[in-house]
Write a protein that binds this ligand. Structure first.
Ligand code: THU
Length: 147
């Protein structure tokens, strides 16, 4: 089972594949599943800016494509301005509102208010929140009778 530090390290590795030629801000996410599997994603921007996908959403869509949306146990995410060797900086990234909503989908489907570990591109600082702390009073599948 991965520690928060290991998840942040996996997210940091994933961020090296960030496609962010417009914002020059690279983000990586690592999703831990209940069996110890780690699924990663990086942000994927588009020339039509609004179509850009965040790292957390890319990773969770991949988890879903593997039939594992109900098995999310934790997420690690890092981000920072892209320098010569990839994302850099010591400011922990904060998941955007859309990603919080996508995380909530996995949390409700899995019945697990899982932790989200947020780190910086460099350094040891990690801030951890649960999904319900990131999105209190969330609207979700429960409200549509989908669970
Ligand atoms: N980004 C993410 O990948 N995740 C977040 O939670 C925050 C923002 C990406 C989107 C865009 O490619 C870049 O960071 C700047 O907003």
């Amino acid at each position: 089972m991965s520690t928060p530090e290991e998840l942040i390290a996996a997210a940091r590795q994933a961020a090296r594949n960030a496609y962010a030629p417009y914002s020059h801000f690279g983000v990586g996410a690592a999703v831990l599943l209940t069996d110890g599997t780690v699924v990663t994603g990086a942000n994927f921007e588009n020339a039509s800016y609004g179509l850009s996908l965040c790292a957390e959403t890319v990773a969770l869509a991949t988890v879903n494509a593997q039939g594992r949306l109900a098995d999310v146990a934790a997420i690690g995410v890092i981000g920072g301005p892209i320098g010569p060797l990839g994302p850099e900086g010591d400011q922990p990234v904060s998941p955007c509102g859309r990603c919080r909503q996508v995380m909530n989908e996995a949390a409700q489907v899995g019945g697990r208010d899982f932790p989200v570990h947020c780190g910086a591109a460099e350094g040891d600082a990690i801030a951890t929140w649960t999904v319900s702390e990131l999105l209190p009073g969330a609207f979700g599948p429960r409200d549509l009778g989908a669970l």
